[in-house]
Design a protein around this ligand. Structure first.
Ligand SMILES: [Zn+2]
Length: 322
C-alpha cells in the first residue's frame, strides 16, 4: 500500500450536462440548488516522493475507474463517512508545466457532488474554507517498470537507483495499466505538504497466493496477473495429484472395510456394507477398519504367523546349528 496526495479545487456552477450525469447516480432527479459540487485532482503524472509516476494513459484509465466512486472523510469506509460521489473525470494537460520526467504535466480532475443537507453543512464549510484540502486515492496497477531499462520492478532490482539520473534521464518507477480504483478520501491532516497525494496500491506480485485463492470466491471480475495465473495453475496441478492419491487411499480403505466385515459379520450383505462404506466419512472408515481388523485377527489370524515363526526359530537356533 502506498499513497499520493491531491488538491481540492474551487467548486463551480452546474451545467445541464453536470445535472444529467449526477442524476445517473441518484434515486430521484436532483435540482441544482439541492446539490453541492466541487473538483478534485485525484492524481497526476508528476514523479512523486516515492519516485513513482503514472503514465498519461494510466491517468485516463483511472478516470474511468473512479467514475461513480464515493469519497470518504477518512480511510474508514463506513456508510456514515461517505461524503461525495465522483460523477465526471477528465485528464487535463497543463502544457506550460513540465514534469521531472520531462513530460507535459497532466492531471486527473474529478467532479464530485453531495446533496446539500444539514448533515453535509459542516463538510461543505470545511471544503470551502480549505480545511479539507488533501485527497488520497487507492488503486491497483498491473505494471511497475524501471524508467531506465523497463525492467519489472516487482521482480527484483535491475541495478538502477530511483532518484538518480542516467544520461540525463531520471530513474523512477513507471506505473501503468491500472486495474482497479478502490477509494478516494479526504485527509484531515495532510500526510505530506505539497506533494500531498496519497496513493494506495496493491501492485502485481504483492498479493500472496493465499489472497489470490481468497479472491477466487469474491464478487465481481477477477484480474489475475500472468505470474499469479501460472502459480495458481501449478498449485491446482499439485492439488489434483494429491486428490488422486487421496481417492486411491480411500478406495483401498473401503475395500478393506468391506472385506473385513465379510469376515467378522458375514451376515451383513456384501452390497450393504459396500454402500455404507461409500457413504462414510474418512475418519469413520478408518475407525471401522481398525475395529473390524482387531476382531478379525481374534477370530482368525490374518497375518500368517507360521512362516515367520519358523524363520524366527531357525534364527534363534542358529548358534546351535552345525
Ligand atoms: Zn532499470
Amino acid at each position: 500500500m502506498k499513497e499520493t496526495g491531491c488538491v481540492l479545487l474551487k467548486s463551480g456552477a452546474l451545467t445541464a450536462e453536470d445535472l444529467e450525469k449526477i442524476n445517473r447516480y441518484t434515486r430521484r432527479a436532483f435540482q441544482e440548488e439541492e446539490l453541492y459540487t466541487f473538483s478534485v485532482v485525484l492524481c497526476d503524472n508528476e514523479v512523486d516522493r516515492d519516485m513513482e509516476r503514472f503514465t498519461i494513459p494510466a491517468l485516463e484509465r483511472l478516470g474511468e475507474l473512479f467514475l461513480g466512486k464515493t469519497g470518504i472523510f477518512d480511510h474508514a469506509p463506513q456508510a456514515q463517512n461517505q461524503a461525495a460521489r465522483i460523477y465526471d473525470c477528465r485528464v487535463e494537460c497543463l502544457p506550460e508545466r513540465v514534469t521531472r520526467a520531462g513530460e507535459a504535466y497532466h492531471r486527473l480532475v474529478a467532479r464530485a457532488y453531495l446533496p446539500r443537507c444539514p448533515k453535509n453543512e459542516e463538510f461543505i464549510l470545511e471544503l470551502e474554507s480549505g480545511i479539507k484540502k488533501e485527497v488520497s486515492v487507492g488503486c491497483s496497477v498491473a505494471e511497475a517498470t524501471c524508467s531506465i531499462c523497463g525492467a519489472d520492478r516487482r521482480k527484483g532490482e535491475c541495478g538502477h537507483v530511483k532518484g538518480r539520473c542516467y544520461d540525463g534521464i531520471l530513474c523512477c518507477t513507471i506505473l501503468d495499466h491500472p486495474t482497479d480504483a478502490y477509494e478516494w478520501s479526504f485527509v484531515a491532516i495532510p500526510a505530506q505538504r505539497e506533494a500531498g497525494v496519497i496513493k494506495s496500491f496493491t501492485e502485481k506480485g504483492e498479493r500472496t497466493m493465499e489472497e489470490v485463492w481468497k479472491s477466487l470466491s469474491g464478487e465481481g471480475d477477477l484480474v489475475l496477473h500472468a505470474e499469479e495465473r501460472q502459480q495458481l495453475a501449478k498449485e491446482v496441478a499439485i492439488l489434483r495429484e494429491q486428490a488422486a492419491c487421496g481417492r486411491q487411499y480411500r478406495e483401498a480403505l473401503e475395500k478393506s472395510v468391506v472385506r473385513l466385515c465379510g469376515i467378522v459379520s458375514p451376515e451383513v450383505p456384501h452390497e450393504a456394507m459396500e454402500r455404507a462404506a461409500q457413504a462414510m466419512q474418512l475418519d469413520d472408515l478408518q475407525a471401522f477398519e481398525k475395529a473390524f481388523r482387531k476382531r478379525a485377527e481374534q477370530a482368525l489370524p490374518l497375518t500368517p504367523q507360521l512362516a515367520p515363526a519358523e524363520q524366527r526359530a531357525s534364527t534363534e537356533n542358529r548358534e546351535f546349528q552345525i
